[in-house]
Structure formats: structure tokens, C-alpha cells
Design a protein around this ligand. Structure first.
Ligand code: FAD
Length: 481
């Protein structure tokens, strides 16, 4: 555990507002969102400017004190949870929550790391713009966390992941120097793209303090559809039909099995099944239009649905008639993670395979795993359009949470990841590696990838003080001063 003498040094630097030592105030920030990882920290340090983040990191480097960068703590892989032995401090970016500028003319916003995603959405909307990345945790996840995990979400199909939205970055490196590439240059060929190195590095190479982000003009109209399907193969065919007919107007395509919808209906008191009869699978589609296309959108969507019904892809469908209905349909999708968490013990995977193979993968992997691990139930949902689903294996009835995940859960995850690797996929499509998948990355990544990851980490953070134990652990860490 870190001693009072060290905490006093950080308090002298940041003042009492910048250092939290009260155990009750720290408690919500030392466990992860799913309640799988429980860490300890003697203090949370919360600088409120880039200069103070740099000074904090310099002091940490001088004292050899590891730092765990943290935004909204919505990581799905224990990425922001400190080590259990209390050997690190949490560095919270939540006080750095200013939107430094937002220009509708230039279509960019410069945000500090602690700006919450939904706050940016609202600010962009107030200026007739939008930030085209959204996810279920938008009310808590921060720009710094989204950048550091290269987050995906429900609009990747059209707009790409966070990598595609970042035009510039400001970050504090492990020795306390500030990397400033905030200028939104269209062309810049001065060697390695260092901002891309930091995006997705999960706090292991430095602290993101700010980002310049792309905005788009607001859409003029959208239509949200919820359709019932006989199988996940029909979902893929519907996706191809919609892409062929509507191209870039198709902004989101999410799938869920009946089982996941049932979980949401049981968990959310306000949730309603939008279709009369149950179906094996469901897809949620969002199509959008600018001013020039807005008038024809309804007609095009209706025609798309008619074709899908004629071709037997879709069994039943509803189109949201208002924004309230559209939001209610999205809340069925966004509510799955919370509903699944409430349903009981499970092991979760966030995997991708080549998009055309995903329906076959879901069917085959579900059958293989349910057979291999008696009593488990596979539930796959999410971003079919990106070839990425969240693949959960629910525990058999009566299994004890925690105990089951630590024992059988590990074997199940290894089996899932082996299958994904056989299918040329990724064991982390969008949530990152964190501590949950660190050993699996070490087991399954090819030697060249591992060697480069370790080499980069060693070069930038030789003391190993940046988010220890996550993504790529160093073989050894320098002893504390
Ligand atoms: P945290 O959880 O605090 O941190 C995440 C990682 O980033 C940690 O490794 C942390 O050390 C590091 N970090 C945080 N801030 C900084 C910083 N300023 N500088 C350096 N490192 C930093 N993710 C998706 O990609 N797509 C989804 O659809 C999606 N849906 C979700 C739905 C729910 C209900 C929940 C709870 C989570 C979901 N997530 C999803 C995961 C999560 O929201 C994202 O990983 C998000 O980017 C984390 O942001 P955060 O601010 O909460 O970061």
C-alpha cells in the first residue's frame, strides 16, 4: 500500500481538492462495471489541467508510483481497476471536463479527456452538429476513455471507431512530457502517427488529456426499424440488402436473439416487445438522411421492408413513428448489457470474425460450447454489420457467481478464444484487453505482434508506471524508490 508520505507529496502538488483519500469516496472507483475485478487504492489523484497531469506524472515517475488512468470506469475488461495490492494510485481525468472549443464551421470539437460522451452529443447538437459515435455507456464514458480504448459502438458501420473520429490528440507521456498534436491537420507526414499509437493503448503508454474530434452536420431525418427474423443468417442477408439499397444511409445494424430481448423485458419495467409474436432473432436498423434525401426516406424504408418480407428475410417489422418510439427501440438494444449482468453469472466475450462468417460462427460456436460445457447458454448480440458480437456464455442454473467465473469461466473463455482464433478473428473487437484478456493475448497473439507491443511499452514506459498489469505487462518492473 502506498504510504501517507507519498500521498502528502501529491496533495502538496494538487491541493486537497485534487486528492481523494476517503474510503467511501474511493470505493465506487476500485471495482469494475461488471463487478468482476476488485482493486485497492490509497488515493485518487484528480488534476484539473494538462499542466497538473504532467506534474502528477513527473512526481509519480520520480517516486516510482504506478498510475491507473480512469475516466467513467465503464471498462468491460477491468481496464481501469487498480491492482488489488494497493500498489498504484488512480489518476482520474473527471475534473478535466471542459469542451475547449466547438466550431460548426470547421466541424471540430476540442475536448478535455473527462468530457462525458453524452455531454459532447448535446453540445454538438446545440450547434447543429453531431458526434457520430454512441454506445450504451454514453452517460458515463469519457472522451479520454473512448480514445484510450478505441471504442466502437453502434455507428461504426458507417463512421468507423474512435480512431476515425480523432483529428488530434494531447497526451502526457510516462516521463511527464506533453505530446501536443491537437491541430487538426488534414495532411501530416512527419513520420509515425503518434496519436494513433496512443489511441487504443488503454492508458499503458500515457495519459490522454485532450482530443480534437470530427463533427458532422446533423441529420435531417432518421428511421429506426425493429424486425423479427427466423435466423441469424437472414439477419446477414437483410444487412446486405439494406447496404445494397441504401448504402451510407444505413447507419446502424444491431442484432439480438429472443433470449436477450427476454432478458431486457424482464429487467426494464418500461420495456415492451415491439412485435406481437416472438421470433428467433431480431435486428434493429437505423437509416438516416440529410436535407436532400429526407423527404424520400420513409418511402425508401417502406420499400426496403416490403422487399425483405417478399424475400422471406423478415417475419415481422415495425418502424418507429416518433422520436420517442425510436429511442424506446434503441433502449431495447442498449439495455442488453445491464439486463444480462442482472440475469446472473456469465462469461463475456467481445469478438470479431470476418463479417461474412459471423452467422455461421454464432451457430457453430454456440452449439460446440453448449455441448462442451453442460448447462451453459450462449447469447450473441451486437454489431453484426461490423462482424462483431458480444458472445456471452451464461452459467448453468444454480452456479455461484464469482466462483463459477473463476473456475469454469476461464476454461470456457479459453475455448471461445480458441474458436475465434481458428476462424481468423479477434478476441477483442472493441472493449480492449485490460486485465481480463491480458493472459489470453499472451497465449494467442502471434510472436511478432507480442514482441512489438512489448517493445513499444518498454520504450515509452521503461519504469512500467502506466496502468500496470493491463494489455502488455512488462516482464519486470523497476523496484519502488
Ligand atoms: P474507463 O473505463 O475509465 O477506462 C477504460 C480504459 O481506458 C482503461 O484502461 C483506462 O486506464 C483507460 N483510460 C481512461 N481514461 C484515460 C485517459 N484519459 N488517458 C489514458 N487512459 C485512459 N465499448 C465499446 O467500444 N462499444 C460499445 O458498444 C460499448 N458499450 C458499452 C455498454 C455499456 C452498458 C458499458 C458499461 C460499457 C460499454 N462499452 C462499450 C465499454 C466502455 O464504455 C468503453 O470502453 C469506454 O470507452 C470506456 O470509457 P471510460 O471513460 O468509462 O473509460
Amino acid at each position: 500500500m502506498i504510504g501517507q508520505d507519498i500521498i502528502d507529496r501529491f496533495t502538496a502538488l494538487l491541493g486537497p481538492k485534487g486528492v481523494t483519500t476517503n474510503a467511501d469516496d474511493i470505493a465506487p472507483w476500485v471495482s469494475d462495471w461488471r463487478g468482476r475485478y476488485h482493486g485497492a487504492a490509497a488515493a485518487i489523484v484528480s488534476p484539473d489541467s494538462t499542466r497538473l497531469v504532467a506534474e502528477t506524472v513527473k512526481l509519480a515517475a520520480e517516486l516510482s508510483v504506478p498510475l491507473v488512468p480512469q475516466g467513467g470506469n465503464t471498462s468491460m475488461v477491468g481496464g481501469a481497476t487498480p491492482p488489488a495490492d494497493g500498489s498504484a494510485l488512480i489518476l482520474s481525468l473527471r475534473r478535466m471536463n471542459r469542451i475547449r472549443s466547438l466550431s460548426a464551421n470547421d466541424n471540430i470539437a476540442v475536448c478535455e479527456a473527462g468530457v462525458i460522451l453524452s455531454v459532447l452529443h448535446d453540445a454538438a447538437q446545440a450547434e447543429g452538429r453531431r458526434f457520430p459515435l454512441s454506445l450504451g455507456a454514453k452517460g458515463s464514458a469519457t472522451i479520454g476513455g473512448l480514445v484510450s480504448t478505441n471504442a466502437g459502438g453502434t455507428q461504426v458501420l458507417r463512421h468507423g471507431t474512435m480512431r476515425a473520429q480523432v483529428r488530434g490528440l494531447e497526451a502526457v507521456l510516462p516521463d511527464g512530457t506533453v505530446l501536443d498534436t491537437l491541430a487538426a491537420l488534414k495532411k501530416d507526414n512527419r513520420g509515425f502517427d503518434l496519436k494513433q499509437l496512443l489511441i487504443g493503448s488503454e492508458g499503458t503508454l500515457g495519459i490522454v488529456t485532450g482530443a480534437t474530434l470530427s463533427l458532422l452536420p446533423q441529420i435531417a431525418a432518421r428511421r429506426v426499424l425493429f424486425v423479427g427474423l427466423p435466423s441469424v443468417h437472414q439477419a446477414r442477408r437483410l444487412l446486405l440488402l439494406a447496404q445494397q439499397r441504401e448504402g451510407a444511409a444505413l447507419e446502424g445494424f444491431e442484432i439480438m436473439p429472443r433470449d436477450a430481448l427476454d432478458a431486457v423485458l424482464a429487467y426494464e419495467p418500461a420495456a415492451r416487445d415491439p412485435l406481437g409474436e416472438p421470433h428467433n432473432w431480431y435486428a434493429l436498423l437505423e437509416l438516416v438522411a440529410d436535407e436532400t434525401q429526407a423527404d424520400s426516406l420513409q418511402k425508401r424504408v417502406t420499400s426496403l421492408l416490403e422487399t425483405a418480407l417478399e424475400q422471406g428475410l423478415v417475419e415481422d417489422a415495425t418502424i418507429a413513428a416518433s422520436e420517442t418510439q425510436a429511442e424506446a427501440l434503441w433502449s431495447l438494444r442498449d439495455g442488453i448489457s445491464s439486463a444480462e449482468r442482472a440475469r446472473g453469472p456469465a462469461v463475456q466475450h467481445d469478438i470479431s470474425v470476418p463479417p461474412e462468417k459471423m452467422p455461421a460462427f454464432i451457430e457453430e460456436a454456440s452449439a460446440v460450447l453448449e455441448r462442451q460445457f453442460a448447462g451453459t447458454r450462449a447469447v450473441a448480440f451486437g454489431h453484426l454489420g461490423d462482424g462483431n458480437v458480444h458472445f456471452h456464455l451464461r452459467a448453468p442454473e444454480g452456479a455461484m457467481g464469482g466462483e463459477w467465473e473463476d473456475a469454469d469461466g476461464k476454461a470456457i473463455s479459453a475455448a471461445v478464444h480458441d474458436l475465434v482464433t481458428e476462424w481468423a478473428g479477434s478476441i477483442s473487437a472493441e472493449h480492449g484487453i485490460g486485465q481480463m484478456k491480458r493472459d489470453e493475448l499472451g497465449r494467442l497473439a502471434d510472436p511478432a505482434t507480442l514482441s512489438i507491443l512489448r517493445g513499444v511499452k518498454q520504450a515509452l514506459d521503461p519504469q512500467g508506471i502506466m496502468n500496470p498489469g493491463k494489455l502488455v505487462p512488462l516482464a519486470s518492473r523497476a523496484p519502488a524508490a
